[in-house]
Design a protein around this ligand. Structure first.
Ligand SMILES: Nc1nc2c(ncn2[C@@H]2O[C@H](COP(=O)(O)OP(=O)(O)OP(=O)(O)O)[C@@H](O)[C@H]2O)c(=O)[nH]1
Length: 448
């Protein structure tokens, strides 16, 4: 899970100070020392750490904390603010050219995930912004790279412009832009060549494309798992190309987060997007504040809601809400609900967005296991239609049969039936509470 190692350490540290009614300078000193160590261990650039700690210290012993009624919490707010600022403060939006098409040039080293990200970005622009991009294959040194982009284009059902490996990348880019104007593509995303290392010839070629094409954005794609190496690569590309933003890939596997926390401070260029998996819909706009929240275990409810809005069918959600209110929610609905939650991505990532979920005892290793979801689905599928609607009729011998049919155990079946009945009880209580408050039910199912 992204930032897991860093998050674990920081959360332990801040827990100690959160509840304090009084915060002494000594407390702040101890906390900042631990934060400093946690960040260095996460491979955050040491200069960046030094400056950050100085700012946290200054604010944490300042008036805003000392005169506050909840100094412990106020200190954590300072840490969160400063982490947010470190990652760029506000979310940085993607450019829109006055006259279409908007041209985005993708640059980066080989293997960083440039081509995959080109596809993901095109998908994001279409899904979230209703745009109609043209993808351009400018990596003429590797025929496989052109093929890879064409395959992505087919998967996404999007046009890909290529002139094979004989043409000059500057010509390809120019002709692609002319074609985009003709075909009314409002974005042109150029996938350029990568190299194993920062190399003079490559930079010259990229500079030529830049001078000729005048892109609205130059996105550097870096692999976040490479930590400070990614920061050094970003520094070189920025010096030579004056990039406009960074896309951090493979953040899903980056438990440390050193690149994410250092890149903005070192290059002064914002992180625009984060790659959270290999699939084409696993690209997220980068929100510094939400990321800081996740690192500090405060959850990221906004991203969760946005994910739910994209992946959960609104009509089905309304129907489900109605069923819950009228208490006619069955195992069939439960199965459907699970399917929708699954579409939202790996459970671990979802849980990281729920405030405090990582602190719930047993949740981390027990209930987050995908195989358990599969088990639950198998059990429900082994019930008869009648049983799914009214699980109270499932007696001892049926429990055994269901366990056998689903390849699980009677204990697992019993557990699920118990959980379901408890969930219904809880729904009833919540519905009653809502009724008491508003006179009318308005219960919302989690994730919706
Ligand atoms: N887990 C994970 N894998 C990713 C992500 N982004 C890219 N990858 C994987 O990283 C590998 C390299 O990606 P490519 O897109 O082929 O790399 P590239 O930078 O275009 O490489 P060149 O075309 O050689 O320059 C592929 O296996 C991708 O699936 C991400 O956000 N998360």
């Amino acid at each position: 899970m992204a930032f897991e190692g860093l998050a674990d350490r920081l959360q332990g540290t801040i827990k100690k100070i959160t509840g304090k009614g009084k915060v002494s300078e000594q407390d702040v000193k101890e906390m900042t020392r631990e934060v400093r160590l946690a960040l260095l261990e996460a491979d955050v650039n040491f200069k960046v750490v030094k400056q950050l700690i100085a700012r946290i210290k200054e604010r944490a012993v300042g008036q805003e904390v000392m005169e506050s009624l909840t100094p412990g919490q106020q200190v954590i707010k300072v840490v969160k603010d400063e982490l947010t600022n470190l990652m760029g403060g506000e979310q940085s939006k993607i450019a829109v050219a006055d006259r279409p098409p908007t041209v985005i040039m993708m640059v980066g080293l080989q293997g960083a995930g440039k081509t995959t990200t080109t596809g993901k970005l095109a998908n994001h622009l279409r899904k979230k912004h209703n745009r109609n991009p043209l993808l351009v294959a400018c990596d003429v040194y590797r025929p496989a790279a052109i093929k890879q982009l064409e395959t992505l284009g087919t998967q996404l059902d999007m046009p890909v412009f290529s002139l094979g490996i004989e043409a000059n990348p500057v010509d390809i880019a120019n002709q692609a832009i002319a074609k985009a104007k003709e075909d009314h593509n409002d974005y042109v995303i150029i996938d350029t060549a990568g190299r194993l290392h920062v190399d003079e010839n490559l930079m010259e070629e990229l500079q030529q494309i830049k001078t000729d094409v005048k892109p609205d954005e130059i996105f550097l794609v870096v692999d976040s798992m490479t930590g400070q190496d990614a920061v050094n690569v970003a520094e070189s590309f920025n010096e030579q190309l004056d990039i406009t933003g960074v896309v951090l890939t493979k953040l899903d596997g980056d438990t440390r987060g050193g690149a994410a926390l250092s890149i903005k401070a070192v290059t002064d260029k914002p992180i625009k997007f984060a790659g959270m998996g290999e699939k084409l819909d696993q690209l997220e706009a980068f929100h510094p504040e939400r990321m800081a929240s996740r690192i500090l275990g405060m959850g990221d409810v906004l991203s969760l809601i946005e994910k739910a809005q994209t992946n959960v069918d609104e009509k089905q959600a309304k129907e489900l809400e109605e069923k819950m209110r009228t208490m006619s929610f069955t195992f069939d609905d439960f199965l459907e609900q699970m399917g929708q939650v699954r579409q939202m991505g790996p459970l671990d990532d979802l849980m990281a967005m729920i405030p405090g979920a990582n602190k719930m005892k047993g949740l981390k290793n027990a209930q987050l296991d995908e195989s358990q979801l599969t088990e639950v689905e198998a059990i429900i599928q082994s019930m008869t239609k009648k049983e799914r609607q009214d699980p109270a009729i499932i007696n001892g011998s049926r429990r055994k049969r269901i366990a056998k049919g689903s390849g699980t155990s009677v204990a697992a079946v019993n557990r699920l039936l118990k959980q379901f009945s408890e969930m219904k009880k809880m729904m009833k209580q919540m519905t009653n509470m809502q009724k008491g408050k508003k006179g009318k039910g308005g219960f919302k199912f989690p994730f919706m």
